[in-house]
Design a protein. Structure first.
Length: 131
């Protein structure tokens, strides 16, 4: 299946431009990345996804760097090259060092390996983990 293409700001509907403007203002940037330009083919999905991301990635009980590193870890596990690149760049802007990235990748690799082993062996969950 081929991509439906990207909707540039100059070609966007007013509804899409409003979301683009909010993305740029929130992120303090002057460009829209390709993920949002692809979603712009469905303005409702674009708006919903942006609102959800904005809420979930905002500072909370977890700091922004931790959230970006979790996003990288899940993106690696899901094999989303675009999300790996995007959120690795965001994590680096928030302070992730090379050493942190390498350690994160070691944890992701180990978790994926042990998850597959536990699933394959159908390991029964210990009672102590249930409370």
């Amino acid at each position: 299946m081929t991509s439906p293409g990207l909707i540039e700001y100059k070609d966007a509907s007013p509804e899409v431009r409003a979301v683009y403007d909010d993305i740029m203002a929130t992120r303090k940037t002057d460009w829209i990345n390709n993920f949002w330009k692809a979603l712009a083919h469905d303005p409702a999905t674009l708006k919903r996804t942006w609102e959800d991301i904005k809420q979930i990635m905002a500072p909370g009980a977890l700091d922004p760097l931790t959230k970006e590193m979790i996003y990288v870890a899940v993106s690696v596990s899901n094999q989303c090259g675009y999300c790996i690149a995007s959120h690795t760049a965001a994590a680096r802007k928030k302070g992730m060092t090379d050493a942190m990235f390498h350690e994160l990748m070691a944890v992701v690799g180990m978790a994926n390996e042990t998850n597959r082993l536990a699933a394959g062996y159908q390991v029964e969950i210990d009672e102590q983990f249930r409370s």
